[in-house]
Design a protein. Sequence first.
Length: 346
Amino acid sequence: MANQCKNRAMTHRVAVVIRDGVLPMELGLVHQVFEAARDASGQPLYTVLTAAVAPGPVRTSADFTVFAPHGLDALADADTVVVPAAKDDDERPDGPDPVVTAAVRKAADDGTRVASVCTGAFVLAAAGLLDGRRATTHWHSGDLLRARHPGVDVDHGVLYVDEDTVLTSAGEAAGIDLCLHLVRRDHGAAVANDAARRIVVAPHRAGGQAQFVVRPVPDEADASTAAARAWALTELDRPIGLRELAARSAMSVRTFTRRFREETGLSAGEWLTRQRVERARHLLESTALPVDQIARASGFGTAVSLRNHFHAALGVTPSAYRSAFRGAPAEKEVDGPPGAGGSYRT
């Protein structure tokens, strides 16, 4: 499950490709997140390299320059390539720098995992890496990305999209969510959570960028579903109804439903399922509890229900996930597809 390094004797190598007009925050966040990821002995799990068309100074979108120690040849030895946004390059009429897009395309063709932050998605699209794929970018630029690259399934409402070897994220801070997701994918939730603590950010933000899109202020502007969400996280082991959540926010069910989606980008049911999957992930990694107990503790009730939801969310069974991230042997498989009554592989 963990991403394999090309150079097995070394740490996972991340190459950050920067261009004139690079947004400093996006460059910095990639370094911050990956350099905060450590193993149990405190050793770094990633090496982060900054690359440009040619080594040397690169103008940023602010009033200073940064120095790129490496040229694009650094991509050849990278396990992951990350492309942050560049203010003057991504949305220009003739498209991003073709030298950069060619280098990113070659890296992807060679099997390197490729990711973008914000409008860095325009580079991946220009390289042909997003055709036929779901992708995201800053909500303000999504329509332009769709217009220029009709083959891309642009999703405005999420913080990041994981298409296995090609990943995209929304506006700047969503790059943190994407990088933490990559750490979680490579090394498990415990390492990602520890990295998040080191840089003092939430290990996982609920909802998507729909909650940040500018909308008219509703009449009940001071109302919020935050208290209900915080309460629900303490009650995940039991059924939670919509009326119960609405009552916690002193709203009607109709108003609560609308406000919940506005604030999180998800329905209450979708949000609860995600939180229950996250609870199950944590328990699978950090305890030796049997899967049926984890199913009850996370609010799924039965191992069959847990398996169905877990597989739908993560693409693996609970036992396979535990085996990958905790080293426990997978439980015995029982014939039968997910959801078949009484037959499942936990």
